[in-house]
Design a protein around this ligand. Structure first.
Ligand code: ZN
Length: 358
């Protein structure tokens, strides 16, 4: 009992002693090892500090990315009355607006979400793809379908360029419109300039084929429409032009630019006669095009139908979407009319008749 008690009393002391020695020994070993490694560690210290900083930086970046992804996926549409002033455009669209999203990635991802701009984006995104495909097909048509292939492809190419620029500026504007005040301002100016490009580009082949045998008036009308188009682009660079109060002025500027085509139309009708103008001159298609564009501009300016059903057209069928659809339809009708003009020129053999007409 006592022996065992003595053993019990000596045992732990002995163990502690051994342990202490081992610790001292290990510490000595560690010290010598440390002394040996000191130089290396000093050198490594700096690089490990830098490594830690880099790791921390990467961790922060990953964290930010994670938060950003969470935020990008989690935004909800908001009502019109809580929008910041720069996002308030149409107070008849009561709900379904995107909040301000200062991230281009979030803006582009929102293309696939349902909100007030979804229809505006897709109408012109699909319209743009349609005209890109049509333009490629047209440009690669066999040269024998043209009287002067190079010249005619440049002339019709001007129309395609105008249409593609207009539609791509438009869908881009509607996509990034909610990014920030500065971004929306820059892209709205591009959007308005795009409409002027479409109108100018549309005039080029129409004037070319309509005044095929009278290059002088053709050239003068082209110069005039370019000056008017540049004037419209210049005025659309003013900040006030994009404000809701100037909606009617905007519609008026572009309808006025388009209606400047009335002068060459009358010129053509007087010189060729009404019958030839409607058959050969494709006036019917041009008239339909004008009706489509002007109807679109009127709906846009008056904000019809949402004016009569506030809150009912927030997502689909509001005035801006209808205006977009009518612009694509109007551009296609114009292309069809111009193709017919081109076809006529080709079947007529391209020469200017002795009577001086066509
Ligand atoms: Zn638009």
């Amino acid at each position: 009992m006592s022996a065992s008690a003595g053993h019990r009393s000596e045992g732990p002391a002995h163990n502690r002693c051994l342990f202490a020695r081992r610790v001292v020994h290990e510490k000595e070993e560690e010290t010598t090892e440390r002394e040996e490694e000191d130089d290396e560690e000093e050198e490594e210290d700096k690089s490990s500090d830098e490594g830690l900083l880099l790791q921390a930086h990467h961790a922060m970046e990953r964290m930010e990315e994670f938060v950003h992804k969470m935020w990008e996926g989690r935004w909800r549409v908001i009502p019109h009355d809580v929008l910041p002033d720069w996002l308030k455009d149409n107070d008849f669209l009561l709900h379904g607006h995107r909040p301000p999203m200062p991230s281009f990635r979030a803006c582009f991802k929102s293309i696939f979400r349902i909100h007030t701009e979804t229809g505006n984006i897709w109408t012109h995104l699909l319209g743009c793809l349609f005209f890109v495909c049509l333009g490629i097909v047209y440009m690669f048509r066999p040269n024998m379908s043209f009287v002067a292939p190079f010249q005619e492809k440049i002339v019709i190419g001007a129309f395609f360029l105008g249409a593609i620029l207009c539609l791509s500026f438009s869908w881009l504007f509607h996509t990034v419109y909610c990014h920030s005040e500065g971004v929306s301002r820059v892209f709205s100016k591009l959007d308005y300039s795009g409409i002027a490009f479409l109108i100018m580009g549309s005039f080029v082949p129409w004037l070319y084929y309509s005044f095929y045998c009278s290059p002088q008036p053709c050239f003068i009308y082209l110069i005039v429409v370019c000056i008017l188009g540049i004037a419209a682009i210049t005025v659309s660079q003013c900040d006030f032009f994009a404000t809701p109060q100037y909606r009617g002025v905007r519609a008026g500027v572009f309808v006025g630019l388009g209606l400047s085509g009335v002068v060459p139309t009358l010129h053509f009708m007087i010189t060729e006669g009404f019958l030839r103008a409607t058959t050969m001159g494709q006036m019917g298609w041009l008239f339909l095009m004008a009706v489509l564009y002007i109807t679109g501009a009127c709906l846009y300016a008056a904000r019809i139908p949402e004016r009569f059903f506030p809150g009912k057209c927030d997502i689909w069928f509001h005035s801006h979407q209808l205006f977009h659809i009518l612009v694509v339809a109007g551009a296609f009708v114009h292309f069809h009319g111009v193709s017919n003009l081109q076809e006529f020129r080709y079947t007529a053999g391209g020469g200017c008749a002795e009577e001086g007409g066509v």
